[in-house]
Structure formats: C-alpha cells, structure tokens
Design a protein around this ligand. Structure first.
Ligand code: 0X9
Ligand code: ZN
Ligand code: ZN
Length: 452
C-alpha cells in the first residue's frame, strides 16, 4: 500500500484514480434537444433546473430558446425520470453520447498507448499541465532568439502563470497581439491550439513571408493555459470541470467562471451569483487572481495591443463584441468582416463550417467576459473563437482531431492577425502594394501620353 501511494505521489496525476476519487460519469448520457415551441421551452427549463442537470449548451436554463439546440448531460440515475418527463411534454431528443464513461475511458487508453511510443513533443495529443510547463521552458530555451518566457501572475492555488512572447528585434515601435487558451478547464483543444500556434510560428518563420511580415511589426503574446488550477483538476478529478478552483462559502462550492469575472456589466445576463453554478461570476469583479493577472497585463499594454484572441470550445464560432448586449458596437462592421474572412480561410483547410457574429445575437447573452472587457478598453479586434466540434464529441474532442482542428484554426487566426498588421502598418504591407504604386504611376503616364 505504502509503495503504491508513493508511486502515485511521484506520478501525481494518478492519485485520484488509485484512491478511486476520479469522477467516472458511468452510464451518463449527453442528449440533444431542440424545443419546438414556448411550452416545450418552459418544460425543458423546468426539467433542467429542478433536477440540477448539467447544461452544456446553453449554460443556463433561462437561455434555452425555441428551435435552438440544447446539449445536456444527464447523470445515469436521472436518465429514466428525465426522459419520462420529456416525453410528457412531447420533447424529442437525440442521444449524442450513450455512455460518457466509455467515451472518456476510450480516450484515456489511447493516451497511455501513444505517450509511451513518442519521445519528442507530440502536438497531436493532450498534455497534462506539468508537460505544458516543461514545454514552455523548452520552447524558450531552444528558441531564445525568438521566444521568451514571462511571468503573468499566480493562480488561486499558487501556481505560476507563464506566457510566451514571440518577438523579433526591430528598430521601429511594435504592436501586440494577445492570445489566451484554456480559460475554461474542460475545453482541452484550446491549450492544444495555443501550443500548436507557437510551434507553427517558430517552425515557419524562416520561410514564410507572411509570418516574417507580421513579426516585423508585431509581438505575439501567448498564454497557453489561463485556468491552470481548473485544467489540472480536469486531469486529476473531473474531466468536465469548467471553472477555476477557488473556495466559496467555506467549501460549500468551488470555482468561478473566469469568463464572467471581468469588470464589464459584471454579473448581469448570462452569469450567476450562485457559487454552485457553472457561470458563477465570483464575489466581485476581478475577484480571481487569474482574472487580475490578465487585467493587469492588458491595462499595462493596452496602448500597444491591437488584437485580443481568446480560444474556447465548442460550437465553431468566431465571436465579436458584445456578449453582454445585443447592441452592436461601432467597430462591428469591420470586425465581423474580418471574422468572415477568417472563417472562409478556415473552411478551405478541411471544410469545417464556422458561424460569425456577436455572441449575444448568435446564442445567449454573457456578461463579464474578457472579450467585452478588452473591447470596451478600446481594442476593437477582440475575438472569442469557439473551436470544434459542433456536438458530436463536445468537450471530449478525440485526439485524432487535434491536428486538423489546429491546422484550420491556424488559417483563421493568421487571417485576423494579418489583417490587423496591414491595417496598423499600411506602408509596410506586402510587395503587392509596391506593384500597385507602379501601376498607378504607369497609368498616369499613359493618361498623359493619350492626352498629348
Ligand atoms: O460562455 C462563454 O464563456 C463562452 N462559451 S463557452 O461555451 N466556451 O463557455 C463564450 C463567450 C462569448 N462571449 C462574448 N461574445 N462576449
Ligand atoms: Zn529558433
Ligand atoms: Zn469556454
């Protein structure tokens, strides 16, 4: 017994499994429901709130609407009564996941098999936090000419948050593009993308003229995992955890939805004052150290920041301000045009369809999000990107989709970054601009020739 525990301690992540503490979701199902009328909406809202079901889409029962898709996890013990209750109001449903523990279990097997066989850093598997910490170190050491590691702040459980700065030396003043991943713990594909992004930039900067053009003007700041405590918790204890891990009401509940904790229409629509809720906004704006760390950084750099990207899953959306209101900001026409360009470049890779729009208009209202807070600071190009998929695997996106997801997301993200680069550094834009000048000169010359 002693030996097993000691081993488990060394391996860290194995402790809960050894002691049987990991939530296994045995027999739980994920259902898809599309209520067809107001009565069915009310009925479904009742079922969800009275049986405290785990809503995945939308997050709160009040955001369920006629003819919009609902995804909900039903614990095995509640399956029978919930399905009966739905039949009573003639709600039909599809079973998206028949047995959640099987789906989760099959992925753990793959993980163990793959990890043993590959010694190099593998960007096509999900990595536990200690491997990501190590990867951050290695990137900064191996590519010290281009990549540096910086401290952003501490998490609630006192873990350091590090971001990577990708920067080429330059004489002129530079702008900043920020990208964070993993503000929601269970959205594992997000941190995988941040790592992929850094790898791609580092690998291709020597040959890719677009990357070279961008790096002349812009420093890229990447925070691979924002909600580190939550991310670790999804590996050790509860794969479907969303929030941070701060303690509330003397241990009655844990965690704040960090994407509801920013100081913008804080705790209005789409967030909850109840600390057991998955959209709990916290005791006060910026109450969480993770939020504060991001806020302090953005406050410090806002005069140079021209683009803020925050990566989530799932649903395949590129979202712009606002989440807190259905009103559209002045910048909307331009930011949505760029989002549409990005979605179309993204689709060219693997045919994946993305929707673009303001979140409040596309789905439900959400207040206190980082995207809106940053936007209202004056950084127009502030986007929330919701990666794959569209409901087949939800948060449990299989590892064989990491590569295609990252490839297409890279195309979308680079489109946005290139656009802001060309907008803020117009005279340094590509050579096609030079051709344009030549063309203009030529046509003036021709006009003169014709006139004389
Ligand atoms: O609800 C959220 O925080 C995000 N969706 S998720 O399913 N990943 O949790 C979306 C936030 C969108 N926010 C704004 N448009 N402001
Ligand atoms: Zn290098
Ligand atoms: Zn999210």
């Amino acid at each position: 017994m002693y030996l097993i525990l000691w081993n488990a301690g060394v391996l860290g992540i194995l402790i809960p499994q050894v002691l049987g503490m990991k939530i296994n979701y045995d027999g739980d199902q994920v259902l898809k429901i599309i209520p067809q009328n107001k009565d069915q909406v009310l009925c479904l809202q009742n079922i969800c709130s009275s049986s405290q079901l785990d809503l995945w889409k939308p997050l709160q029962p009040e955001d369920i609407n006629v003819r919009s898709v609902v995804h909900v996890r039903i614990p095995s013990v509640a399956l029978q009564p919930v399905k009966e209750a739905m039949l009573h109001c003639s709600l039909s449903f599809n079973i998206l996941v028949g047995n959640l523990s099987q789906l989760l279990g099959s992925q753990e097997e793959i993980k163990l098999r793959r990890r043993r066989s590959i010694s190099d850093y593998d960007y096509t598997i999900y990595h536990p936090m200690e491997e990501i910490y190590n990867w951050i170190n290695v990137m900064a050491e191996k590519h010290s000419d281009l990549v540096t590691q910086h401290y952003l702040g501490f998490t609630y459980e006192s873990r350091p948050m590090h971001y990577l700065k990708i920067s080429k030396p330059s004489k002129g003043p530079k702008k900043i593009v920020w990208m964070d991943c993993g503000i929601h713990a269970r959205e594992w594909i997000a941190p995988a993308f941040c790592q992929w992004f850094v790898k791609e930039i580092v690998q291709n900067q020597e040959n890719d003229p677009r990357i070279q053009k961008i790096l002349k003007n812009i420093d890229l700041y990447v925070l691979p995992v924002l909600n580190i405590d939550g991310y670790i918790y999804t590996w050790t204890t509860d794969r479907l955890w969303r929030k941070s891990r701060s303690k509330h009401e003397s241990g009655a509940c844990y965690g704040v939805d960090l994407n509801r904790n920013f100081n913008v229409k804080w705790c209005n629509f789409g967030s909850s004052t109840n600390c057991t809720s998955n959209s709990y906004c916290g005791a006060s704006p910026e109450s969480e150290p993770e939020t504060k760390a991001v806020v302090d950084f953005v406050e410090r750099t806002k005069s140079d920041m021209i683009c803020f990207l925050t990566i989530h899953s799932y649903s395949q959306y590129i979202l712009t301000a606002y989440g807190y209101s259905k009103d559209l900001p002045k910048s909307y026409n331009e930011t949505i045009k760029v989002a549409a360009m990005a979605a179309s470049e993204l689709k060219k890779k693997h045919g994946t369809d993305y929707q673009v729009g303001s979140f409040a208009n596309l789905l439900y209202e959400a207040s206190g999000t980082s995207q809106d807070w940053v936007h209202d600071l004056g950084i127009d190009f502030s986007y929330t990107i919701e990666l794959r998929d569209n409901g087949t695997y939800q948060f449990i996106l299989p590892e064989d989709q990491i590569q295609p997801t990252c490839e297409e997301t890279m195309a979308g993200v680079m489109t946005i970054i290139e656009y802001v680069n060309d907008k803020y550094f117009p005279n340094k834009a590509s050579t096609s601009c030079g051709n344009l000048h030549l063309y203009a000169l030529l046509s003036t010359f021709l006009t003169i020739v014709v006139m004389t």
